[in-house]
Design a protein around this ligand. Structure first.
Ligand code: SAH
Ligand code: SF4
Ligand code: F3S
Length: 449
């Protein structure tokens, strides 16, 4: 008899990819995904602990599932992901109704763990040594024939090329929750991409916390392969119409990678290159290993290779010790680069990070003020940037269609709405669109026939 599985995913694309893998693994055991937690046989919360707020969301959801657990004694409630890895069994102190806590590298054992719970083995006995798990090469090969639940976005998929992170930015939990950096063998990556393309996937995003250091640390691959070589090999696979990658560290952005943007046709001109701060003093305390000038120089060279490249970034405001002048340096950098988009966050202390121990914490109201100023300026820039596309003809890959027209995405990662589209296009198909309007967050245009 089939059992139902509900997964709620928080956090980044690594977690989204892990949830897909979990779905695949459990599909082989007869679990069928369901869209609602009510009545599910197994509920898994795939968690993120990058910022305090992310973790609070996890705990409030776990709390709200208590009545469901009481109502349905057969329900198994599990916690996976970065909070599970970080907090381990301590989660149960706050949330005693949780049955299972599974670290980031242990999701492959979920079928066996759920089996044992069903057989009446207690969750304490199943508890595993999370530290030890980091020694196991964690890559899961794509399971042939078992695809995750079909989604309207099935034409684009993530492919993990590396796990973990060795950068140890002073504020960041990721090296602790995902372990040391390990690069996946190139042959496995190419095989997975080829299988996906065979299944009809047209857009591939290579995924990792620090993809541009691929192959330089803790190589699982035997050969000497770096990220630009991997990119070229993936791009050459027939059927890969669009290729993207995320995330990159500015210190590992080489001239050769910049050249890829000029030379690889199907590599999209969109680059997420988190700077975090425009102040050298703050960057040093963050352990980012570059200066604002290094970063700006690289941006300039990158634009020489590919003038239409759309840049995006992550920013932390209110890092410990950030002065008004430091913050202004971030605003200056924003005004110089004029990002097409950004994700900006208030700094928050995280467990076992070095910056949590730093003095000079910036007060909450001040962090909020700086964040609002940054976001207000970024919004203006987004609008100005979007206006630059008016009158241009761009290619979109269709993402969704409805009676109200269609929505697609440009290679530069802009969303385009075509309200009057009458042509019959399906998600994943390409079309040329003439841009007529720009908003802060999206563009509008007409399909060209
Ligand atoms: N590996 C990627 C992304 C890491 S997490 C990278 O290095 O760019 C995504 C973003 O969360 C980071 O870029 C950073 O801006 C933010 N972040 C991480 N830790 C944080 C913290 N303690 N407080 C606030 N923001 C944080
Ligand atoms: Fe965290 Fe820095 Fe690694 Fe990104 S590069 S995951 S911010 S430690
Ligand atoms: Fe969050 Fe873990 Fe990703 S902390 S951002 S889910 S690697």
């Amino acid at each position: 008899m089939s059992k139902s599985l509900y997964i709620k995913t928080f956090g980044c694309q690594m977690n989204e990819r892990d949830s897909e893998i979990i779905e695949q693994l459990l599909a082989q055991e007869g679990y069928v995904p369901t869209a609602e937690p009510e009545g599910a046989d197994v509920i898994l919360i795939n968690t993120c602990s990058i910022r305090e707020k992310a973790e609070q969301k996890v705990f409030s959801l776990l709390g709200s599932l208590r009545p469901e657990k009481l109502r349905n004694p057969h329900l198994l409630l599990g916690v996976t992901g970065c909070v599970a890895q970080q907090e381990g069994e301590q989660i149960r102190e706050r949330m005693p109704h949780v049955d299972l806590i599974v670290g980031t590298q242990q999701i492959y054992r979920l079928p066996e763990m759920l089996d044992r719970l069903h057989q009446g083995v207690t969750s304490k006995e199943i508890a595993t040594n999370m530290e030890a798990s980091f020694t196991i090469p964690p890559f899961q090969k794509l399971l042939a024939g078992v695809s995750p639940s079909p989604s309207p976005q099935g034409f684009k998929r993530f492919v993990t090329i590396m796990q973990g992170c060795d950068n140890f930015c002073s504020y960041c939990v990721v090296p602790g929750t995902r372990g040391r950096e390990i690069s996946r063998p190139m042959a496995d990556i190419l095989e997975e991409v080829a299988i996906l393309v065979d299944q009809g996937v047209r857009e591939i995003t290579l995924l990792g916390q620090n993809v541009n250091s691929y192959g330089t640390t803790n190589r699982v691959a035997e050969e000497q392969i770096d990220f630009p070589r991997l990119l070229r090999a993936v791009a050459a696979i027939e059927g890969v119409q669009r290729l993207r990658f995320t995330t990159s560290h500015p210190k590992d952005l080489t001239e050769e990678l910049m050249r890829c943007f000029a030379e690889i046709d199907n590599l999209c001109p969109h680059f997420h290159l988190p700077v975090q701060s425009g102040s050298n003093a703050v960057l040093r305390r963050m352990n980012r290993k570059y200066t604002a000038q290094d970063y700006l120089d690289k941006v300039e060279r990158l634009r020489r290779y590919r003038s239409d490249i759309a840049l995006a970034t992550d920013i932390i405001v209110g890092f410990p010790g950030e002065t008004e002048a430091d913050f202004q340096a971030t605003m200056d950098l924003l005004n110089r680069v004029r990002y097409h988009g950004s994700f900006s966050f208030k700094y928050s202390d995280r467990p076992h990070t070095r910056s949590a121990e730093f003095g000079d914490k910036v007060p909450e109201e001040e962090k909020s003020r700086r964040l609002a100023l940054f976001q207000e300026r970024q919004d203006q820039i987004c609008f100005e940037r979007n206006c630059e596309y008016i009158g241009e003809t761009v290619e979109i890959m269709v993402e969704a269609t409805s009676s109200a027209g269609l929505k697609g995405r440009t290679p530069s990662n802009h969303i385009v709405h075509c309200p009057e589209a009458t042509v019959n296009l399906r998600p994943g198909e390409l079309a040329l669109v003439c841009i007529s309007h720009a908003g802060k967050h999206s563009l509008k245009g007409q399909i060209e026939n």
